[in-house]
Design a protein around this ligand. Structure first.
Ligand code: ADP
Ligand code: ADP
Ligand code: ZN
Ligand code: ZN
Length: 830
């Protein structure tokens, strides 16, 4: 079912893709009309991103490099060439992928939109100065990041960090041996300092508070770094030679680490041992007094950057300077234009000083989208990854009109998108499928949206025409509730919320209302502290903790929240779409624990027993049985001068990861490397008679992951796939009914067919008696939950309240902004 794109779109120009074979694409060919809004649809893993980003955009980027600079040829030779026979008619392309800003990035909403620059210029040229006669300040003087503008007392940081005896030694009744100096590093280094003090003659066994004041002060604050020969005391059985150790006082250690470390975790740790106070000269505003004295519309620049841009807009529109200063109107005009774009994309609750790393991936992508309008580019292909992510249906309407405007300016838009309302409005739809992985990768349909119906294989068609409805189950009645009190963070002010135990609850409301703040921040943190144990994020390793959301949040709580009635909850699990591991060593089989059982099966074969091979022999993480050349990775990294290294299959094991002798062992005629190469579907049959292996495999299959290979490296899984694997491994746990699951927009990146599978998983968790709370904009999911909490009424300062709660019908009948959308979704439910 293919149409010529020329005829249907009335255009002469097409982008022609011939024979794409990247990842799971099977020689896919398609032609796309230029200057149109095109959506790529298909279930998770079908190959949409591969076609959009891995093929079309990758090729555009390669050609761009080729055209700009002949000297870059050698570089291009290294850029991965997409596996495609030919792409014709391809204009230059710009891609916006869903990615969070780098955690260390110093950019903010103001810098990304360049609004901060314009605002500084406005203050410089049109601000009101305290003395009418005073000389105007340069625009740099309004930036805390310049020597000219920074507050001299805090160097533009806004806060002062200081150490005191109390901050370094939280519990002075402990002795040094009992770790009184909590600020010291742990492990060996801490022991080293202790042993040096003992060698120097300090008593490390009496309570710290009983040491003489002079000694306490030297231990904590000395700038000296004496080198001492230490005769360390260690466990009796270990031989320890004397060594030369260098002492460092806790104050020096904390300050030095804080100033120099690149690790967010370490920074956070030492910050605990410092007192942080607002700088008293600038009151945290980071600018020098002369700059803060300048006003526009009655506010200093720091105040304007702190408020939601919607308020900023009102203030500058009504500023008296507009009438008195000639330069003001032009600059104000420019600011208004940019902020209006932000409002259209539902982002005007953000403030200019909001650091980019604290934005969600969807917010960041939409913010970048607004900057495209100022680029003045036309005749360009924009490749966008689910621009509707993170948007309430109410905010999604203006998004569509913005995308159409980009198209009308002569651009081609390719969206990987699932939001059906947006899909319906597109000019052209490319449906890939029918399934995921090996079961996908084919072109199911390419043409105008209205004609998709005639395509029997399309999973998308049924959802679009309404013939297929997402499954649901009879609603559960609420019984007991637990209560969160005193939530005060971001835009929440002493909020109280109650959540039913043992049900599926969705928290909805317009973007910026405070849903994530309530659920993912305050509730998560309060429950975590109340349980007194870290929560388990399935699959989070220590490296991942580096970009822990908590670290991104610089603004502390304005009071502690408390929780009551939650005695039933013994465990907290926050499930996100973060990767389940960052090395190719982690894969589906190892992550789910399946592989342990499989290895035991291999070790139990006659041949393995005869040779004395244990289960460890079949692990690619253990030296015994793995390929010694690639150390079980199957790949070797090839270092290239000046370029990121590339991976190539290991020549010794041909990518099979194991020693020849390990592969000689066969279980039911198949070696261990071939098992890792099986799909979940195939493995289900193969391991049929081994319950411990078959059960988890069956769960993976039920949630639509049958197409994944057991050995598929975690690094190659999509966010949606990772999330489902996490939830599936929760389902097989035996301990029941005691867990609180928190999910923040779990449907991001999911096709309706995948959303249905996710829902079934969530229902499964509730059926086992657990409590599930989901932040969600998809009204189909909200309509299928047991209980709904709507936050609002608006965003930022205009939100932060609970405006409705109850069953989906009750909330649909309320005055909340979700009501009309929820009502529509409920009508479909029957
Ligand atoms: P979609 O965007 O439709 O969800 P993708 O294009 O991300 O799907 O993936 C298509 C298939 O290719 C999936 O089976 C996925 O697991 C696989 N895949 C994705 N990235 C890679 C990669 N870097 N190497 C190998 N396979 C990959
Ligand atoms: P929602 O989840 O409903 O879209 P959020 O909880 O993300 O809303 O945001 C609520 C308010 O808190 C908004 O005004 C937002 O700008 C602000 N906010 C959210 N995260 C942060 C942060 N890390 N730092 C400062 N303000 C934040
Ligand atoms: Zn200051
Ligand atoms: Zn090898």
């Amino acid at each position: 079912m293919r149409r010529s794109c020329n005829r249907a779109a009335g255009k002469t120009d097409c982008i022609e893709v011939r024979g794409a074979r990247q990842n799971n694409l099977r020689g896919l060919s398609v032609s796309l009309p230029r200057e149109s809004l095109i959506v790529f649809t298909g279930v998770s893993g079908s190959g949409k991103s591969t076609l959009a980003f891995g093929t079309i955009y990758a090729e555009a980027k390669r050609r761009y490099f080729e055209s700009v600079a002949p000297y870059a040829r050698r570089l291009i030779a290294q850029l991965p060439t997409p596996h495609v026979e030919e792409i014709g008619g391809l204009p230059p392309a710009v891609a916006l992928e869903q990615k969070r800003a780098e955690p260390g990035s110093r950019s903010s909403v103001g810098t990304l939109t360049t609004l901060s620059n314009i605002l500084r210029m406005l203050f410089s040229r049109a601000g009101s100065y305290p003395d009418a006669g005073s000389k105007r300040l340069d625009s740099d003087a309004f930036s805390p990041n310049t020597a000219e503008g920074a507050c001299p007392d805090c160097h533009g940081v806004g806060v002062l960090h200081d150490v005191t005896e109390e901050s370094l030694v939280p519990d002075p009744s402990l002795s040094i041996r009992e770790k009184a100096v909590a600020a010291w590093p742990g492990a060996w280094q801490g022991k080293n300092y202790r042993d040096i003090l003992a060698t120097l003659g300090y008593n490390v066994d009496i309570p710290f508070k009983d040491l003489p004041e002079k000694d306490r002060h030297w231990i904590l604050f000395t700038e000296e770094q004496p080198v001492v020969t230490v005769h360390a005391e260690r466990e009796a059985h270990r031989i320890q030679r004397p060594y030369k150790g260098t002492y460092m006082s806790a104050a020096v250690y904390v300050k030095k680490t804080f100033a120099t470390t690149l690790s967010a975790t370490l920074r956070k740790r030492v910050l605990q041992f410092m007192n942080t106070t607002d700088c008293s000269s600038c009151k945290g505003k980071r600018l020098k007094p002369e700059s803060l004295a300048v006003r526009f519309g009655g506010h200093d620049i720091a105040e304007l950057q702190e408020m939601p841009v919607s308020r900023l807009l009102e203030i500058i529109k009504g500023a008296p300077e507009l009438a008195t200063n000639e330069a003001a109107p032009v600059m104000v005009e420019e600011i208004i234009e940019r902020i209006e774009l932000l409002s259209q994309l539902g982002l005007d609750y953000l403030s200019l000083d909001r650091p980019a790393p604290t934005l969600s991936a969807g917010e960041l992508q939409r913010l970048r989208l607004t900057t495209l309008f100022h680029s003045g580019l036309f005749g360009v292909v924009y490749v966008l990854d689910e621009p509707s992510a993170g948007l309430h249906p109410l905010d999604a309407e203006p998004l569509a009109s913005m995308l159409f405007r980009l198209k009308e300016e002569g651009n081609t838009l390719i969206l990987v998108e699932h939001e059906l309302d947006l899909v319906r409005q597109a000019d052209w739809i490319v449906d890939i499928g029918p399934g995921g992985g090996d079961r996908g990768g084919r072109l199911i349909y390419s043409g105008p949206v209205a004609d998709l119906d005639g395509s029997p294989e399309s999973v998308t068609a049924g959802f679009l025409n309404g013939k297929r409805k997402m499954r649901s189950r009879p609603r559960l009645e609420p019984g007991e509730f637990f209560t969160l009190k005193g939530a005060s963070r971001h835009n929440l002010r002493d909020l109280e919320a109650r959540f039913p135990l043992g049900l599926l609850t969705t928290v909805t409301g317009v973007s910026g209302a405070g849903k994530s703040t309530l659920v993912s921040r305050v509730l998560a943190q309060t429950v975590r502290e109340w349980l007194g144990s870290p929560d388990e994020d399935p699959g989070q390793d220590t490296e991942d903790a580096e970009d822990d959301d908590e670290l991104l949040d610089e603004k502390p709580d304005r009071g502690k929240a408390t929780i009551s009635g939650a005695e039933r909850i013994k465990r907290l699990v926050c499930v996100d779409q973060k990767p389940i591991g960052r090395t190719p060593r982690s894969n589906l089989a190892t992550y789910t624990g399946l592989f342990d059982h499989i290895r035991k099966l291999f070790a139990a074969t006659d041949e393995a027993r005869k040779r004395g091979y244990g289960a460890g022999r079949f692990s690619f993480n253990v030296a015994e049985g793995r390929c010694p050349v690639c150390e079980g990775e199957g790949f070797v990294s090839v270092e290239l001068l000046f370029l990121p290294s590339v991976y190539a299959p290991c020549a010794s094991c041909k990518g099979r990861r194991y020693k020849e002798s390990t592969l000689e062992i066969e279980y039911k005629g198949v070696d261990i490397a071939s098992v890792l190469d099986m799909t979940v579907d195939a493995a289900c049959q193969f391991f049929e008679d081994s319950k411990q292996v078959a059960r988890p495999l069956n769960i993976l299959r039920q949630v639509g992951l049958g197409y994944l290979k057991l050995g598929q490296p975690a690094t190659e899984l999509s966010g949606g796939e990772a999330q489902r694997i996490k939830l599936a491994s929760e389902l097989k746990r035996e301990q029941k009914g005691k867990t609180l699951y928190l999910l923040d927009e779990p449907t991001t990146g999911l096709h309706p067919d995948d959303i249905e599978k996710l829902l079934i998983l969530l229902y499964g968790l509730v059926e086992a008696g657990n409590t599930v709370i989901v932040v969600e904009h998809d009204m189909n999911v909200v309509a299928r939950s047991d209980w709904v909490i709507e936050m609002g009424p608006g965003a930022a300062d205009l939100g932060g309240l609970i405006v409705a709660e109850g069953t989906p019908e009750q909330v649909a009948g309320s005055k909340g902004k979700s009501a009309p959308y929820l009502k529509l979704a409920l009508e479909e439910l029957v």
